[in-house]
Design a binder for this molecule. Structure first.
Ligand code: 3EB
Length: 342
């Protein structure tokens, strides 16, 4: 198969990255405010959030395969598949879900989104969900008596339970991030092989968070390690300034960035106990950081530089984090060849 992960392409760089083989692009994401003249033909998650400290104001991330992908639509999901690997994108408008006294529109939309994903994976006979990117409007706003992130968590967990998937243990890596508006936007990667879920010894597993963070725990693992033919992907979930289950360093973005990176380092160390490839290094990961306030951007960069010794490959995005006291969240991805050292 030989997968290629290209995390940060400008519109100018895109044509040579595609190399005339649009049918070989598995899928990706477009981040930034700026629209695109001709939307890509491959499944693309649109994230219309401001990019920070970068011109031009949009970048794309793509997963490129060596051979053409198959593709399709299923229940509103646009997907492409390469061998035993599948990437899909789904958008659901909450206004299409009336909700009920005990189920808000967002909760209903979230449950339905995951149901559709699980049904597609059944039909495709690729049962294992590895990584999910969740974006929703106004994540910290309370409505129907509950913060919207907590509504999302109920719908997500109900779908896992409905499909007998279990909501603890081997659950996907994920992020759940707030945008200014728009539909529930979900992208995911899945395959025939189970990912190996990685947890962080510095943190309680999110699926075991106590009830003070909401009636249902979030359904995600701290990272997922997955073999794809002769390669291995490390997906590190959104990682924040949380120790145990508590937010640390309220109001201090520098300390929150340092704590988040300590957590990323701990997750990488755990992944390295299990990797079949060369060890992952912090300075080779492709990072994405979500900042609640764009004005924190220099503080975050300085903290990255002082911890990592360099400013890594990173895309900075202004967006809301799922706890209102969190100012920054960092996620990362890496792709290794199993036979080589890097
Ligand atoms: C945390 O550690 C921070 O609900 O899917 C990070 C990654 C977070 C994923 C999710 C939430 C999610 O709890 C928030």
């Amino acid at each position: 198969m030989n997968l290629c992960f290209l995390p940060c392409l400008t519109d100018a760089e895109l044509p040579s990255a595609i190399a005339g083989r649009e049918d070989c692009i598995l899928g990706g994401v477009r981040i930034g405010d700026r629209g695109v003249a001709a939307p890509p033909k491959w499944p693309t998650q649109f994230m219309p959030a401001p990019l920070i400290g970068r011109t031009p104001e949009s970048v794309q991330e793509i997963w490129r395969c060596a051979a053409p992908c198959s593709s399709g639509e299923f229940a509103g999901i646009t997907w492409r598949r390469a061998g035993t690997l599948l990437y899909g994108v789904l958008e659901l408008a909450e206004s299409d879900f009336p909700g009920s006294p005990d189920c808000s529109p967002l909760q209903a939309a979230s449950q339905e989104a995951y149901r559709r994903i699980f049904r597609l994976l059944e039909v495709q006979q690729l049962p294992h969900l590895w990584r999910v990117w969740n974006y929703l409007a106004d994540i910290n706003r309370e409505s129907d008596g509950l913060e919207r992130y907590r509504q999302f968590n109920i719908g997500r967990q109900d779908a896992f339970l409905e499909f007998s998937r279990g909501a603890t243990g081997n659950v996907p890596a994920a992020c759940a991030i707030g945008l200014a508006g728009g539909p529930l936007r979900i992208a995911f990667m899945a395959g025939s092989e189970a990912a190996s879920a990685v947890e962080n010894p510095r943190q309680i597993s999110a699926y075991n968070y106590p009830a003070e963070y909401g009636p249902r725990s979030p359904t995600f693992s701290r990272a997922a390690l997955v073999s794809v033919a002769r390669q291995e992907i490390l997906f590190i979930s959104g990682t924040a300034s949380i120790l145990g289950h508590r937010t640390m360093h309220g109001g201090d973005v520098t300390a929150q960035t340092q704590e988040s990176l300590s957590n990323v380092a701990a997750v990488v160390a755990e992944a390295n106990r299990r990797t079949r490839s060369a060890p992952y290094r912090l300075d080779e990961l492709a990072y994405r950081a979500y900042l609640r306030h764009a004005s924190d951007h220099f503080a975050v960069r300085d903290a990255l530089r002082s911890v990592l010794g360099t400013v890594p490959q990173i895309v900075l995005i202004e967006a809301d984090i799922c706890r209102s006291d969190l100012l920054v969240e960092i996620e990362a991805t890496a792709l290794h060849n199993l036979e080589s050292t890097r």
